[in-house]
Design a protein around this ligand. Structure first.
Ligand code: S3P
Length: 188
């Protein structure tokens, strides 16, 4: 994060200028959702949560174990239940999972209850970040080479774009500072 590039997020509508009580960070694996939820949470004085970690606490299993032992369908149901009924605060910043917006009515739920922000760095930047924590993402378990990783992420992104792009704010840059995000959500 060198701060050299300017943040090029766009407003989808003017409501996003108001300070929200619930902020949802969306985007692909490696898009920086957890990183930004904790930085923004500290800056705005809001509690921040990571949806995967909440599911793990509630289930007493890692996400990887849930996928392996119970399958993706079971995970998606838990994910929706936790998102819609299991966040332990009224006001918060939430780092969602990469697939969260794309299942059930989660995207509509998030847009109806808070402010949605899609973090959308380049696939090249996603790869750099994903490679820093290898073996933690069951969706990528079969992927062996850099080329295959690039292809898999590109395909997933194409499939998921129609949900992600329903976010109220879109941040396209690989590099940004917390002030850039704050400014985008109206706290700068
Ligand atoms: C997933 C992303 C993961 C986690 C699960 C499925 C996905 O979260 O929810 O492994 O479908 O993209 P992160 O985006 O935090 O890695």
């Amino acid at each position: 994060m060198d701060g050299s590039s300017k943040c090029s997020g766009i407003f989808a509508d003017t409501d996003s200028m108001e300070t929200p009580r619930k902020i949802y960070l969306l985007g692909m694996m490696g898009s920086g959702k957890s990183h930004w939820s904790s930085r923004l949470g500290r800056k705005l004085g809001l509690p921040h949560f990571d949806l995967d970690r909440l599911i793990e606490q509630q289930q007493g299993m890692t996400v990887r174990e849930i996928f392996e032992q119970m399958g993706e369908e079971a995970f998606r149901k838990m994910e929706t239940e936790t998102l819609q009924h299991g966040i332990p605060a009224e006001s918060f910043i939430l780092a969602t999972g990469g697939g969260t917006p794309c299942f059930f009515d989660n995207m509509a739920f998030m847009n109806a209850s808070g402010l949605t922000i899609w973090l959308n760095p380049s696939v090249e930047e996603l790869i750099v970040r994903i490679k820093k924590s290898p073996g933690t993402r069951p969706i990528l378990a079969e992927v062996q080479t850099d080329e295959a990783l690039h292809e898999k992420l590109q395909q997933l992104l194409e499939k998921r774009k129609s949900w992600y792009s329903q976010a109220e704010i879109v941040v396209d840059d690989d590099y940004m500072e917390v002030a850039d995000l704050e400014a985008l959500i109206g706290n700068g």
